[in-house]
Design a protein around this ligand. Sequence first.
Ligand code: FNR
Length: 191
Amino acid sequence: MTKIAVIAGSVREGSFNQMLADLALSQLKAHGAKVTEIDLASFDLPIYSAELEANNFPPDALRLKQILIEQDGLLVVSPEYNGSIPPLLKNAIDWASRPTGDEGLVALTAYRGKVAAIMSASLSPFGGLRGLMHLRQILTTVQMIVIPDQVSVPAAHAAFDGDGGLKDGMVTSLIDITTQRLVKVAAALAD
Ligand code: FNR
């Protein structure tokens, strides 16, 4: 079974990105994936520093990295903060990018050659598009294959219905298409 991890870049109570991640998560399951939800609130990840890395590599950074190593693909659903991605998410990506054990500097075992998809929800009319551009670049830098399909939800405060679904059927279709493509490419690459 194709294994996909889902990370939301916000741990805010009532997070719109978490709501979007929940929708995408059910679609990933509907498309046959075995989904692992990564709740960043449950990881104790100090801001990356070389000293910590050398002397006291955080156990939760290792735990996060190990979960990612076990996946075939990754879905990241993140808000845009000042035109980029939130430090919470960047810090998590950075820690899991670091070599451990006998790995070489650019082994990138959590990411290299795996497929990713990206989504964003934002209060603005632009749906976090600038953040998605940065996110795409970062995931490509750690050697992931980021599929062209992506989802952004503008005016997120007005986008969801009372049941956690989206009012706009087109966005729902885009989630369906994107999650289906993610599972398909992840399965093909895992062969
Ligand atoms: C924001 N927000 C925001 N929105 C946006 O579309 N473009 C931006 O550049 C920013 N910048 C920004 C910076 C900071 C520090 C914060 C806290 C927020 C607003 C953001 O879209 C809004 O808070 C979302 O609700 C955050 O996502 P969650 O927490 O609802 O998932």
